[in-house]
Design a protein around this ligand. Sequence first.
Ligand code: C2O
Ligand code: CU
Ligand code: CU
Length: 569
Amino acid sequence: MKSFILAFGFLFIFYAGYSQKPLAIPHTLEGSTFNLHLRNGSIQFLSGNATATIGINGNLLGPTILLNKGDSVQFSVFNDLDEPTTMHWHGLHVPAKSDGSPHNVIEAHTVWSPRIKVLDQAGTYWYHPHLHGKTAEQVTKGAAGIIIIRDPEESALILPRDYGLDDFPVVIQSRAFDSGNQFVTITAEDHTILINGTIDPSLEVPAQVVRLRVLNGSTNRVYNLGFQGNHPFFQIGSDGGLLETPVNLTRLMLAPGERAELLVNLTGLKDQSIDFYSFGSELPNGIYGAANPGSMGMGTIAGYSSNILNGKNFRLIHLIVKAQTQQPVTTIPANLINLRKPELSQSSVTRTLTLSASGMGMGSLSGPFLINGQSFSMDRVDFSAKMGATEIWQISNQTAIAHPFHVHGLQFYILDIGGNQPAKSLQGRKDVVLVPAMQTVRLLMRFDDFFDPQTPYMFHCHMLSHEDDGMMGQYLVTGTATGIDNITSGDSQEVNIYPNPFKETLTIEFPRIGSDSAMIDLLTSTGQLYLHKIMTTSPYTIDTSTLIPGLYFARITCGDKVLTMKVIR
Ligand code: C2O
Ligand code: CU
Ligand code: CU
């Protein structure tokens, strides 16, 4: 109860000057082509000067992108800014060239148009710029949006899914304004919470089970989610989709980059209100947002201890409960989905990634932080993983502050945190894990479907100030022998390769080409990649005049399908 008294006192003092505004709900985009325009804008957040922003198809944040698993979609990202950017599909399993990493730069006033096949499970993902050194600034100004993927498994469950009626996106960001009302990018004085870009919002919700798709889109801050009066809620999804069963909670910690889908049952609360909170007073020290961000009482961050949000409880959304909708969901399902985890016994490589602080040593809280003793370089690939391989990544945090570690290109599973089994909330598909100070986390992951000998995927701390300061590395996924061992020959009806044996040319007919593109790889019988092409038309002829006589495997990858055929020169 003490925490509530504190919290309400705080709200009274600091929000008394504002009247509550309805929570902004981003509009949705769906279909097979998505046009996203990044542009400069402005918003009147405070009295006096308007705040300069970057919006996507608007002044702040971007539309919610609705995708269906299995669809092939075309994004066109128009960079209408006067500076370069990129657009990253955070959490999506896409080829490295389409990932929107720092390598996929979109120069000012140009367009980037990746076509992707949606392979991920139903869940809540997001998109944001990822230009090295500029990520925090561009995201702070407002360039980010939610991606919702739907699939048949999720659709078969009785869950709220009427967007804006019983299913709401909740993007939590903390912001600082300078004396001229402009956003400050790197600062510990982020006193203002924005939810979907709204300060101190209220939201009308029906008196039934309501779904919140919560994204921590903040630069550094960790939230400790919960409801007024410890009203219970259920977590049904983590970063990369649904959990196996709902997890009954009263608190959930959410670090930068992480998502959680929550169900809260408001049946019977009509005409009442209930506040959605961050219970920062309960965050253990060593986490950004706690009373002390360091775990060892060492060091601090300028401006941190005077920030009224640190170590305090504060309201995120004031929920006003109204009448039920036409077909309300009023119960929480007992079971959700079955997860298909990679086999631990299949793992062939264990990699250790050590997080350390440069300069000031272990007690430093402001970095720059390093991974394996190195700062990020665009030109250095840190290691290569083999397509089809399963690996364990052991992330060892030797700093006094927790870091949210993120891996691109896939979803992983957490094996253990500090040697202990992860909480139920953390047993689903994840792409960000908060690695506690001075602890080690082990992750299990498999590199499926895509490889690229040139373009790497990123791994990094998702505290954007740490990332921009170089707490990032990159890995390649290569196609080699391990990959081919795992290839099952697909349905050969779909593809026709001739002549076989071949000589100077090899022609591939793959009628599915049209809306999809496919990768063609020619591998030797020992799995060495000989030739890699993107097929955009059918039939498609490749020049094989330089291949030495012998047995080859022609591998055609189209979305989640891999077809392999033996061909002989
Ligand atoms: Cu959300 Cu590498 O990013
Ligand atoms: Cu990402
Ligand atoms: Cu970090």
